[in-house]
Design a protein around this ligand. Structure first.
Ligand code: TK8
Length: 337
């Protein structure tokens, strides 16, 4: 090898080493615990593992995130409280149980708010999402990104839901959130708010007749073992939020903060991709595992949609005109209305 080439090669190698060295110099040895309410085989697991690998790679191995699956560190509400106090570093709950702290988030739980994932992405990743994220530091939380839980469908152990009257008298577990409670009361069900970690046993012991969740959670939580009927209501879209303790966040360098945000977005994109790619196959799998799946005739869906419109009026005061205005305005813009 010519001397000049040798020197050039050495210079490139040295520059690479210096970059790696300076990169790891911007990072301290960090070990973060992340609480997830879903199992590792749920699409949230794909996203979380992507985020874990990203943080390791970008920090020269210094930033370690350890996931704890299936509510091991507590359910959405209790794990989020632990993150607020700084005893857990990260948590990825649904937004629904957070309305106790940030009532404006309730707008995201309104029935039939979003028609497509694309609408949800644009609202959550745009100015509306930023509006909600800006309210979280005041309660000790930093939102790194919105992830996908998905469109929610109703399951129960008593009967297929083919029309609104079929909800009558059903004891339906809902998330601990006034909008979900109101929606299922309007449908004629007996809405039972309950933490996610208690749902399987409540269904198994018939404490409740049914619940509602996206296909991925019905599958990964094995609800098909204790639920006969899956009715394709697609009655709301739920988002997850990748939350960090503000106490921990404030102690990080700008580079560490930027890395966590970038890796949460990498994880988000992976999670949404897997979630959407697997949806059809997951539904087929639920049928193969014995669930009786039914569509709801369009005329009956129209009656259901019509019946729950009043929830928007009921909840508007609690949610607040500003939050309602921002989200409805964004949806009008996206829909070209
Ligand atoms: C998981 C929960 C779950 C939610 C629920 O932590 O409670 O039904 O759909 O995703 O957030």
């Amino acid at each position: 090898m010519k001397t000049s080439t040798l020197f050039r090669t050495a210079a490139v190698a040295l520059a690479a080493l210096a970059t790696a060295g300076s990169a790891s110099a911007q990072f301290q040895d960090r070990s973060f615990r992340l609480s997830s309410g879903s199992a590792k085989d749920h699409p949230a697991g794909n996203g979380i593992m992507k985020m874990v690998g990203c943080a390791q790679a970008k920090s020269g191995g210094k930033m370690k995130i350890t996931p704890f699956w299936d509510n091991q560190l507590g359910n959405d509400s209790t794990a989020t409280q632990s993150v607020r106090s700084g005893t857990i570093d990260l948590v990825i709950p649904s937004t629904a149980p957070l309305v106790a702290m940030v009532p404006e988030l309730g707008v995201l739980d309104l029935p039939f708010l979003f028609n497509t994932e694309a609408e949800a992405d644009q609202v959550l990743d745009g100015k509306a999402g930023a509006y909600f994220s800006a309210k979280l530091p005041a309660v000790g939380l930093v939102n790194l990104a919105y992830w996908e839980n998905g469109f929610r469908n109703a399951t129960n152990s008593k009967r297929p839901i083919t029309k609104i009257e079929d909800f009558s008298g059903l004891k339906m577990r809902v998330m601990q959130n006034p909008v979900y409670i109101d929606t299922f009361k309007e449908l004629g069900a007996n809405a039972v708010p309950m933490a996610f970690s208690e749902v399987y046993s409540a269904l198994e012991t018939k404490t409740v007749d049914g619940q509602e969740n996206p296909f991925a959670l019905i599958d990964s939580q094995k609800f098909y073992e204790v639920q006969k009927y899956l009715s394709l209501t697609k009655h709301s879209y739920a988002a997850l939020v990748m939350l960090m303790s503000k106490k921990v966040w404030d102690g990080l360098s700008p580079q560490e903060q930027d890395t966590l945000k970038a890796c949460a977005i990498e994880g988000r994109d992976e999670q949404r991709k897997v979630s959407r790619a697997k949806n059809g196959a997951t539904l087929d799998g639920l049928k193969a595992k014995g669930m009786q799946v039914n569509e709801i005739p369009p005329a009956e869906m129209a009656r259901i949609r019509d019946k729950v419109k009043v929830v928007y009026d009921h909840q508007a005061t609690k949610i607040g005109a500003e939050a309602m205005g921002i989200v409805m305005g964004e949806l009008k813009r996206i829909r070209g209305q």
